[in-house]
Design a binder for this molecule. Structure first.
Ligand SMILES: [Zn+2]
Length: 256
């Protein structure tokens, strides 16, 4: 795999970074990333990864654009209300960077289709907004051995964590939410700029993990408070009885 002259120009500000360089840019080009959810988080993650030159991206979302999405989902516009998000997000990426190979899936991910949709990727980014879906995505990533970057935002709080096998997202939230498919954003509200902040942070973690920049240890929860403007980190414990990852060994402290 090589970079064309056009790509060398396009990614010049990346390649100028000693931590990225041509080798890091080739890792981004070789990466296959699935983005589950093209809502508030996805609308920040998707443009950042497209601009960064992720080679293959799958965008999975069964929703249509609603007027109330436009307050935070900046890849959509007023004339697109009612249209399928997965397709619109894919068109956005194609216009932004023709070097990204795209697959758009206009379906809601669930326990029946998750393994088929996620297999074959190097990283899964979950920006969906309900626990039931997030647990399905997490359990599937554990079963397939895929790293999962999970990001969520509501009201003024954001959280982002990278999981590799064990501990997993289910260790973090437990089993109580499998039937909880409510739309937490709709129930509780969310500041539009918060989803962009959290989504951009998730994209930063994704790029770090793919290129191997810095410490990308899994199992750390990054919490952002939009009221106090503070970030803090918490270690997530492996639950001995976790039904998704309980039989696995803990992830090494530096999995990169
Ligand atoms: Zn677990």
């Amino acid at each position: 795999m090589t970079l064309s002259d056009d790509e060398l120009d396009r990614y010049a500000r990346h390649i100028a970074l000693p931590q990225v360089g041509g080798a890091g840019q080739l890792r981004l080009k070789a990466a296959r990333v699935a983005v589950v959810g093209a809502g508030g988080i996805g609308a920040a993650v998707i443009p950042a990864l497209a601009g960064a030159g992720i080679g293959q991206m799958t965008i999975i979302d069964g929703d249509r654009v609603e007027l109330s999405n436009l307050q935070r989902q900046s890849i959509y516009n007023s004339g697109q209300v009612g249209m399928a998000k997965a397709r619109l997000a894919s068109h956005f990426v194609m216009a932004r960077n023709p070097y990204v190979a795209l697959t758009s899936v206009d379906e809601r991910i669930d326990a029946d289709n998750a393994a088929d949709l996620l297999a074959g990727h190097d990283l899964v980014i979950d920006g969906t907004d309900n626990f039931a879906t997030r647990l399905v995505v997490s359990d599937t990533c554990v079963a397939l051995g895929l790293p999962l970057l999970s990001a969520a935002a509501q009201q003024f709080q954001g959280q982002v964590a990278l999981f590799r096998a064990r501990p997993c997202y289910r260790c973090f939230v437990g089993d109580a939410f499998d039937a909880d498919d409510c739309d937490t954003c709709a129930d509780l509200g969310v500041l539009g700029a918060l989803t962009a902040t959290v989504g951009s942070f998730a994209a930063l973690l994704a790029i770090r993990a793919i290129t191997g920049i810095g410490d990308n240890a899994a199992g750390t929860l990054h919490l952002f408070d939009g009221l106090t403007l503070s970030w803090r980190q918490l270690r997530i414990s492996s639950e001995p009885t976790c039904r998704a990852c309980g039989q696995l060994s803990p992830a090494p402290s530096d999995p990169s």
